[in-house]
Design a protein around this ligand. Structure first.
Ligand SMILES: *[C@@H]1O[C@H](CO)[C@@H](O)[C@H](O)[C@H]1NC(C)=O
Ligand SMILES: *[C@@H]1O[C@H](CO)[C@@H](O)[C@H](O)[C@H]1NC(C)=O
Ligand SMILES: *[C@@H]1O[C@H](CO)[C@@H](O)[C@H](O)[C@H]1NC(C)=O
Ligand SMILES: *[C@@H]1O[C@H](CO)[C@@H](O)[C@H](O)[C@H]1NC(C)=O
Length: 402
């Protein structure tokens, strides 16, 4: 009797730990001999693949000179961005779109965005030395250049193992540590976590998205709105992730302003509440200023990622860890925040005054979460006001992004 109880207990605890802790052992060799690590395999990933065709595409430039990235259409090619020497960059692109890497107008390599393969592209490892010789490119001479080159080549090799084991591209740098910040589990839809008098409700397991009703009081909503009104709103800038030259003009058509956490006592209170909800210590400060955004009729922000790519030689690889989105009004038509790669179908969150949405940009093994790609759908009626609060990991270092 005692024995079977014990067996049952083991069985139950095993099932439980599989759901909560999806880390799997993986062996690999990136040139330093056989090693092993734990990679994150999300149970939800394989069960319900989204049919959305947007993908995060990562580019690696292994050369010591800038390389141009072009989008190749039948009748037209357009410059998307210039990749800095020995660096990584990313964009959100669509399956079957073709891009090329070019050096002084010469096409080095063409590639096509894939639906079910890794979308990490580089100047192929094997030709780099030949290229260097052929084009008489400058040698890598500084330690930093050599370090970056080593990290980038290892990351590319590691991506092969990682993709095979997890079905996800490795969007991080090889050797980046798992998040040191706490992460709330998202084991099933509707799961609730209570922090003081706030409740986080799971809206999606992959990506990990939580809704927090009444995060802001009506006074706070009013305060933020007034504050933003007083400041001059400027046309929103797009980060490293997007570019006007790719896919569409008006990638981001909103206006925004920034509010520092110490600009008012009420704003400071909101920051403290946000740290509590994420269960993070209050120091060091890992947040950016609050970004208040206004979307008017038809304004939108097409699908994009919030994380970025730090310099490959940066030891800590700081980048954004989580987004806390605070809705400042209720929108009756349009303006939803959409997560089209979610494993539960296209999740659309309706803006409601005072409601917050928390989503993580990283997975528990230190990779960036491609499924956190999201979109602000066009506003169909009225205006939409919201505030973004971004948390960094392991430290805040906005300058480190390339
Ligand atoms: C390395 O040093 C040589 C000689 O000073 C210089 O010409 C070259 O541009 C340097 N390489 C890089 C990548 O800066
Ligand atoms: C990954 O899987 C592919 C296809 O099965 C295989 O060709 C490749 O060698 C694998 N890569 C690694 C590093 O295991
Ligand atoms: C939570 O508690 C604070 C302070 O007591 C209060 O101002 C706020 O209205 C409460 N929020 C909810 C959602 O009950
Ligand atoms: C898969 O997606 C369908 C439709 O979007 C949804 O009804 C179902 O609950 C999802 N299954 C899981 C395991 O999330």
């Amino acid at each position: 009797m005692k024995g079977s109880f014990f067996v049952l207990f083991l069985f139950v605890s095993n099932v439980f730990s599989q759901e909560c802790n999806n880390l799997q052992r993986m062996e690999y060799n990136v040139g330093d001999g056989p090693q092993e690590t734990f990679v994150y395999v999300e149970a939800w990933d394989r069960q319900n693949a989204s049919s959305f065709l947007g993908r995060h595409v990562k580019f690696v430039n292994l050369l010591t000179v800038p390389v141009e990235l072009y989008w190749e259409q039948e009748k037209k090619t357009s410059l998307v961005k210039v990749l800095r020497p020995l660096s990584t960059a990313g964009i959100t692109a669509f399956v079957d779109h073709v891009f090329s890497f070019r050096l002084r107008e010469v096409v080095l390599e063409r590639f096509r965005v894939r639906a079910d393969a890794s979308n990490v592209f580089s100047i192929p490892l094997k030709v780099v030395d030949r290229m260097t010789h052929y084009y008489q490119l400058p040698e890598r001479n500084t330690t930093q250049q050599e370090e970056s080159y080593q990290w980038l080549t290892k990351t590319l090799l590691y991506n092969d193992y990682y993709y095979n084991a997890t079905g996800r591209s490795f969007l991080s740098r090889y050797g980046r540590l798992p998040p040191r910040h706490f992460m709330w589990p998202a084991d099933f839809l509707g799961q609730e976590h209570v922090v003081q008098n706030l409740t986080l409700t799971v809206l999606s397991c992959a990506p990990r998205v939580f809704e927090i009703r009444d995060f802001l009081s009506s006074t706070e909503v009013e305060h933020l709105w007034q504050f933003a009104q007083q400041k001059k709103l400027t046309q929103s800038q797009i980060g490293d992730e997007n570019t006007d030259d790719y896919a569409s003009k008006g990638t981001r058509s909103s206006y925004n302003s920034w509010i520092g956490r110490h600009e008012s006592a009420l704003v400071e209170t909101i920051y403290r509440r946000a740290y509590n909800v994420l269960q993070l210590p209050h120091t060091p400060d890992v947040t950016e200023p609050l970004q208040v955004v206004r979307y008017r009729f038809r304004e939108a922000y097409r699908v994009h990622a919030d994380f970025g790519y730090p310099d490959p030689s940066h030891a800590e690889q700081p980048t954004r860890f989580a987004t806390l989105l605070l809705y400042l009004n209720s929108v009756t038509m349009g303006g939803e925040t959409s997560f089209p790669l979610g494993s539960h179908g296209d999740l659309r969150v309706r803006p409601e005054a005072g409601k917050a949405v928390l989503f993580y940009l990283q997975t528990p093994d230190g990779n960036m979460d491609e499924k956190s790609l999201h979109e602000a759908l066009p506003v169909i009626k009225g205006e939409k006001w919201l505030a973004n609060l971004w948390f960094w990991e392991p430290v805040k270092d906005v300058e480190s992004l390339q």
